[in-house]
Every structure is written in C-alpha cells, then in structure tokens.
Write a protein that binds this ligand. Sequence first.
Ligand SMILES: Cc1cc2nc3c(=O)[nH]c(=O)nc-3n(C[C@H](O)[C@H](O)[C@H](O)COP(=O)(O)O)c2cc1C
Length: 210
Amino acid sequence: MTRYFVGLTGASGHAYAEALVRALVRAGCEVDLCVTPAGAKVLRHELGIESGAEGRELARALPGWFGAECARSLRAFAADAIEAPPSSGTALSGGVIVCPCSMGTLARVRAGFSSNLVERAADVALKEGRRLLLVPRETPLSEIHLENLLALARMGAVVLPAMPGFYHRPKTLEDLVAHVTGKILDRLGVEHAGVRWQGTGEPPPERGTA
Ligand SMILES: Cc1cc2nc3c(=O)[nH]c(=O)nc-3n(C[C@H](O)[C@H](O)[C@H](O)COP(=O)(O)O)c2cc1C
C-alpha cells in the first residue's frame, strides 16, 4: 500500500487538500497529514471548522474530521513532531505533497530550513530523490516567489499551482476543486474518476487540410 505525506500550510485552498486526501484514501492509499500553525488557522476558516485545536490536539482531531471510514487510512502529526517517521529518509513514502503551499513554506523548502515537519518531509523528498509535489497558491507572484518556484522545479520538484481550468465547464466549486486534484493524482499516477478532456465535439479536420 502506498503512503503519501500531505502537508497543509497557511496558503488559501484547503478544499484542495481535503479533496486530495479523500481521493487518495478512495484509491486505497494511506496518508500522513501535517498542518502548520498558519495552515490550521486557514483550514479552520476556509472549511468552517469550529474547533480551536492546535498542535498535537489538532493532530489527534484531524483524522476524525474526515469521517470514520477515511480516518482508518490517515495518520496526523503535529508540525513540531520532528521525531515522526516522515522526518527520516528511512520511512518510505510514495511522495510528499504540499497542498496548499504558502510562499513562506516555499521559501523555507527552497532554502532547506526544515523548521517543521512539513518542511522537513519536503527536504527529505529532495535529498532522497523522491517525489515532491508543490501546490502553491498566491497571486500576484513576486520575483522572490517566481525565483523560488523555478529553483525548486530545477531541483526536481513538480510545481502544480492551484490554478483550475474552465474548459470542462465547471458548475460547482467541487468541479473546480476536482480539476486541480485530478491533475495532482495524475502526476502521482493514482487512478481517479475526474473528468478528462474529450475534445470540443467538433469533427477532426480532414487529412491534409489541418
Ligand atoms: C486567510 C488567510 C489566507 C492566506 N492565504 C495565503 C495564500 O494564498 N498564499 C500564501 O502564500 N500565504 C497566505 N497567507 C499567509 C500565510 O498563512 C503566512 O505567510 C504564514 O506565515 C505561512 O506559514 P506556513 O508557511 O508555515 O504555513 C494567508 C493567511 C491567511 C490568514
């Protein structure tokens, strides 16, 4: 069974993380979760979670928020739990996904700070040559942000911005979220039921006229 690490940071877009975690579990994967302190504030605000839990209390409560069925495949760690398995390269992982990824975490991962478990898990993925997928969210992007994104892409990270398309004609927020999570799952090679582009429906040009 493949185990992924999903780090949730203080960027907007926690609906992407929730949908991603549910899709990974549906596909039979196990997921390690870690929310930074800023991530916890944004998560509570965006997903309308009333609890004020922080740190280890939050880590204990987090799997339960996904419901009993999903929770069985989840482990959650506090951001300061640098003793947790994802801190070490010896703990195998199918990949580290930082979703959503704040510009602060992006900068610290680029610089190798490893000041919490999310940054350390990303650092481990880079040093071990394992999959690191960043889902940054910010707009507009400064030169610092762009430089950090380019540097990490050059180090082998996949930069997959939280940037949904509209060509599948989304009707709901869930449709928009599913477009981004489908792209993440495709990069991980995980099966999902998301929509796939089938063309415009117009007949293909005749041979020799295109
Ligand atoms: C409601 C809210 C939304 C935010 N959205 C973003 C965002 O989209 N992108 C970003 O880089 N920072 C955003 N921030 C700021 C980060 O949370 C802040 O820089 C924080 O220090 C990041 O910490 P972390 O990287 O340890 O999670 C937001 C903050 C709040 C309160």
